[in-house]
Design a protein around this ligand. Structure first.
Ligand SMILES: Nc1ncnc2c1ncn2[C@@H]1O[C@H](COP(=O)(O)OP(=O)(O)O)[C@@H](O)[C@H]1O
Ligand SMILES: [Mg+2]
Length: 240
């Protein structure tokens, strides 16, 4: 593996999955061998006792992977909650080791691995009975995977606060930050917040700006890939 990224966001629903797909499609267009993981997914559809992870399956398709979904999304829960709470309700363990094992298997096969997180950085994954730091959060997983983080953020009101908090949470754990991408998960409203936020973020933040992903009414492989190449700093992403 030449490199990898962990895609985090300022919140759930900010567009982590779509931007992950955009990075995957652009890397494939550039001829790179790229693999994806949605390491932990909650809110999976239970089909005859089998949990189907929609993000994991979408990313598997976008990256055109033939690997088992058990490698792409090793941890799956039914309730649409944080993994910690979902696992508790479902009487299951959040076995983080399974994520590391799957990651190790995939990294042997691909030049790049792009891992989508679950929610934001402080989503609890499990309770650590024996350790001093009681909870294991998404940011602990990023740190242990040894990946750089890419932050997906919104263009709308509230984004300055959420983005700065996210950066602080990464910095306090000394997690390398590749940069941030502003994603339009809804058609642009063109209100005053959306018009001023991209520039305000650039002025406020001391991390790299990697581009703006526009709203796409058609989310197919080609449009996602072409839009990513046009709008995101793919050369910087490829440089690792
Ligand atoms: N750039 C985009 N263009 C069109 N729809 C988008 C875009 N980004 C996100 N969406 C839509 O917004 C919703 C949330 O995006 P998603 O990537 O699933 O967020 P997250 O993974 O952070 O929870 C989804 O329905 C997705 O299809
Ligand atoms: Mg997602």
């Amino acid at each position: 593996m030449k490199g990898g990224y962990f895609i985090t966001g300022t919140d759930t629903g900010v567009g982590k999955t779509i931007v992950t797909a955009a990075i995957l499609r652009s890397f494939i267009k550039k001829g790179l061998k790229v693999g994806a993981m949605k390491a932990i997914e909650t809110g999976c559809l239970n089909k005859d006792g089998i949990l189907l992870p929609s993000d994991g399956m979408f990313l598997r398709d976008m990256a055109e992977m033939s690997d088992s979904i058990d490698l792409i999304t090793p941890l799956r829960f039914e309730n649409p909650l944080s993994p910690f709470v979902a696992a508790k309700l479902e009487n299951l363990e959040v076995e983080i080791d399974r994520v590391f094992k799957a990651f190790d298997a995939l990294r042997k096969k691909y030049d790049f691995i792009v891992v989508e997180g679950v929610g934001g950085l402080m989503v609890p994954l499990r309770k650590e009975e024996k350790k001093k730091a009681t909870f294991y959060f998404v940011r602990d997983l990023i740190k242990e995977l040894g990946l750089s983080a890419i932050i997906i953020t919104k263009p709308t009101l509230g984004t300055l606060n959420h983005t700065i908090l996210t950066i602080e949470a990464l910095k306090s754990k000394k997690i390398p930050i590749k940069g941030y991408i502003i994603n339009f998960s809804e058609p642009a409203k063109n209100d005053i917040a959306e018009k001023t936020n991209p520039e305000a973020l650039r002025e406020l933040l001391d991390i790299s700006f990697l581009g703006i992903m526009p709203y796409l009414s058609d989310l197919n492989k080609d449009t996602i890939g072409e839009t990513a190449i046009k709008n995101l700093d793919i050369e910087s992403l490829i440089s690792g």
